[in-house]
Ligand binder design. Structure first.
Ligand SMILES: C[C@](O)(CO)[C@H](O)COP(=O)(O)OP(=O)(O)OC[C@H]1O[C@@H](n2ccc(N)nc2=O)[C@H](O)[C@@H]1O
Ligand SMILES: Nc1ncnc2c1ncn2[C@@H]1O[C@H](COP(=O)(O)OP(=O)(O)OP(=O)(O)O)[C@@H](O)[C@H]1O
Length: 316
């Protein structure tokens, strides 16, 4: 069996996000259509040479953290890593005692940007761990995902989904018509809890009845009038530079421009068979003003599947 495993962790955007009341556990009810994108982190899980002895060494500054005897290397992310938590919890929940592994994450999804980067990494780590344990598709993954974060369940099997509850209820959603996505990252970062708090302060949020009605309307598909993000004004309030990005995306030809998740990343949607091409042209035109501007396309589970990697780098 191949020892080195690799998986892509797609970033996500919310094609719509409707905010509801706060629950007793402090999380907000929401209804959202989430779409995984080709802008993705790359994760490699491989045997850790020297086993636990290596993991006991001092971490590389801000880049490495231990998950029990496993090691997670993730340049660009300081502090505790959600992928390390995913690996540790998978071992604890399933009793998997395979030899220590090194998990290396190459970040491409902007951090603290509303694209679910950490959540996608955690979900991909659960897929990798289940494969390494010889249990691909392990039902333990679905049980662990909501414990790791509201965005993790929707990314366990990346595909268009309708989520409700605080994010833990995930239903398949018919893929929207062909489109390309312009991603405009921000120089700033936003903390998700801060954005939800700001939404509360601004009095954004719908009652339970309105939220249920919107969920019902989404059963007929994503009508253009439903493409909106209730967290957008909260993110704009904390990061006014978002307004420039929204205007730039529209000026570049996007039919809709909106904040992704809790922001501050802005996405522009380009519909039609030429949508990907138009999004790519917009990204090229805007890359000077918006470093990291990139075009992405919607992806499905095949894109994110775990593959074995041979020593020569080929896939099996
Ligand atoms: C904004 C979204 O990205 C939309 O997809 C998600 O709702 C956020 O998901 P996430 O980053 O995985 O969020 P978590 O890590 O679970 O929660 C971070 C914090 O965000 C707030 N939070 C999150 C999700 C939710 N439904 N209600 C909330 O109020 C809470 O303050 C929570 O403590
Ligand atoms: N693997 C990871 N990738 C990115 N951030 C991580 C990771 N693990 C932990 N974090 C921490 O999580 C915080 C949020 O980062 P992330 O990129 O997941 O935010 P986000 O995309 O805004 O989240 P969401 O869209 O799910 O609300 C960061 O400040 C970072 O320190």
């Amino acid at each position: 069996m191949t020892e080195v495993l690799r998986a892509l962790a797609p970033g996500k955007t919310n094609l719509c996000l409707f905010l509801g009341p706060t629950r007793p556990d402090g999380l907000h009810e929401l209804v959202s259509v989430i779409e995984p994108l080709s802008l993705a982190d790359e994760l490699t899980l491989e045997p850790l040479e020297g086993g636990a002895l290596v993991a006991a060494g001092p971490p590389l500054a801000g880049e490495t953290c231990a998950a029990g005897a496993d090691e997670v290397v993730c340049a660009g992310v300081e502090g505790p890593n959600l992928a390390a938590a995913a690996l540790a919890r998978y071992r604890a929940a399933t009793g998997w005692e395979g030899p220590p592994r090194r998990l290396t994450i190459v970040k491409r999804v902007p951090v603290a940007a509303g694209m679910g980067g950490g959540s996608g990494d955690a979900a991909a780590t659960l897929r990798l761990a289940a494969h390494a344990a010889g249990r691909p598709g392990d039902p333990a993954i679905a049980a662990l995902a909501p414990q790791l974060g509201a965005d993790v369940p929707s990314q366990v099997e990346p595909r268009p989904v309708l989520v409700h509850g605080a994010g833990e209820h995930v239903e398949s959603f018919a893929p929207p018509p062909p489109h390309g996505v312009l991603v405009l990252p921000s120089r700033e970062r936003l903390s998700t809890p801060d954005v939800f708090r700001e939404a509360d302060r601004l009095g954004i949020g719908r009652d339970a009845g309105e939220l249920a009605a919107l969920r019902e309307r989404l059963r007929d598909g994503l009508a253009p009038a439903l493409i909106a993000n209730d967290l957008q004004d909260a993110a704009r309030s904390l990061c006014p530079a978002i307004d420039d990005a929204l205007a730039a995306a529209r000026d570049a030809g996007a039919e809709q421009a909106l904040v992704s998740g809790s922001g501050p990343t802005v996405v522009g949607l380009f519909w039609g068979a030429d949508g990907e091409e138009r999004a790519a042209a917009a990204a090229a035109a805007l890359s000077g003003r918006f470093p990291g501007a990139v075009a992405a396309r919607p992806v499905g589970p095949d894109f994110a599947a775990v593959v074995g990697v041979r020593d020569n780098g080929g896939s099996s």
